[in-house]
Ligand binder design. Sequence first.
Ligand code: TZD
Ligand code: CA
Length: 526
Amino acid sequence: MPSVRRISHEFLERQGLTTIFGNPGSNELPFLADLPDTFRYVLGLHEGAVVGMADGYAQASGRPVLVNLHAASGSGNAMGALTNAVASRTPLVVVAGQQVRSAIGPEANLSNVDAPALMKPLVGWAAEPACAQDVPRALAQAVFEAQLQRRPTYLSVPYDDWAADAGENAPAVLDRQVGRAGVPGGEQGRRLAEAVAAAQRPALVLGGDIDSAGLFDDAVRLAERLGGPVWAAPSQFRLPFPNRHPLFQGVLPAGIEPVSRAFEGHDLVLVLGAPVFRYHEYLPGRYLPEGTRLIQVTEDASAAARAPMGEALVADPAAVIELLMKLLDAPQQPVGDYQPVPAPQSVEGPRLHPEEVFAALREEMPEDTAYVVESTSTNAAWWRQMDLRRAGSYYFPAAGGLGFGLPGAVGVAMAQPDRPVVGVIGDGSANYGITALWTAAQHRVPLTVLLLRNGTYGALRWFGGLLGVPDAPGLDIPGLDFTRIAEGYGVPAQHVTGVDELRAVLSERPDGPRLVQVDTALTTPS
Ligand code: TZD
Ligand code: CA
């Protein structure tokens, strides 16, 4: 009879989960024994970076990814990064090692006491199989739950289980395939199409799911058919629509009152692939203006259930877009020209204005560049200067937890080695996932980390003004030189002082990682 390990490896191989992001310890080594050559283990030096890289990789490849963490301490280190993976609906399958079964009760060192409970609020499913023979099936469930729920899952496996005999039924798991078809039925579909067709002034709100499901271009076709304004939902992790498209109104401000104000005059707001809504700043008001009907279409049943207002249909946005395109007989609207980009703002002296930096990106980087952005105070400057027209152009830490950006950029670049990738990272944000530089150097991941150094937690200064706390301590971060940090991790780096120099550097296409540090002037997020 094959071992639990053999069946588990084979299952993972058949499901295509052969790239493992991890940071192992003693409990995990028995799982890694006899790993077939078809597997690739991508070592990260801290679990936050491990999960950030896996998140970027899973998002850019569109596939579930295996993460290997060490017991409770490694899992704990990963939790902040997992909050982002939850919000970006990334199917990460976390497998953590556990002490041998007989040692968990007495709490031998490295026992993960009540392992599933440790991760429960974050993951969509967590378990420790009740016996070794259930490990392959439970591993399959972890993969399928992650795929179906689009949420990280967690499996804790006592390390003496891997060598155990799998039992005669274990191979049955190898042939399993699980899928979902979320096509709305005739009646539901017709009612939705009627509501959209009857709307005088419909508006579209698109979420990150649109881009992660590969519907970026379909959303453009639907919007042009409807002819109304399009917003990106607040606090989103991907860009679902070309940001200079004539119908695009920008990212909705993340407050109740400004969202409601934006919808003024619209009889229907159709929300596709987003929660309703991920507000951030508490700006109270009515959820919707008088006379506005909101219909949310999402695959995420929890997002449908927890919305505080409106109607919701749990369905695949792809199927709904297709159905609306078929049932709506409105002619294609003329759309006009793409919105022009304003001249970038600039500043005197040794620093660059972030808008000058982003203008240089827009002009020097190829059109299909993917950007992973974790630079909070430069948000407004970013959207003023960028012109992103391709699917998969933009990634952002979905739950606002810093530490995704730099590792996420490494993961995106590993998944798409032929596409240029730039991580736009603040001098504060960089520190939370800095060890990913080492992984990028070891794997020679083609990637530019553009490090924006303004010497402070810029966004928190702005928040201080908003919340009436102008004098909070702990907001400045002087004395960091990322060129030396990067070189210590094996990544070549340069400090750039002028726009022309920056443009020249960006126009090079290195075949490995590099870090480019620029000193920037302070701006506000909005
Ligand atoms: N810790 C974690 C894990 N996530 C956070 N979001 C914060 C702390 C709080 N925080 C923000 O929300 S923005 C920010 C912090 C510390 C400043 C980020 O600094 P930066 O960007 O240099 O990356 P800016 O452009 O200077 O704001
Ligand atoms: Ca900063």
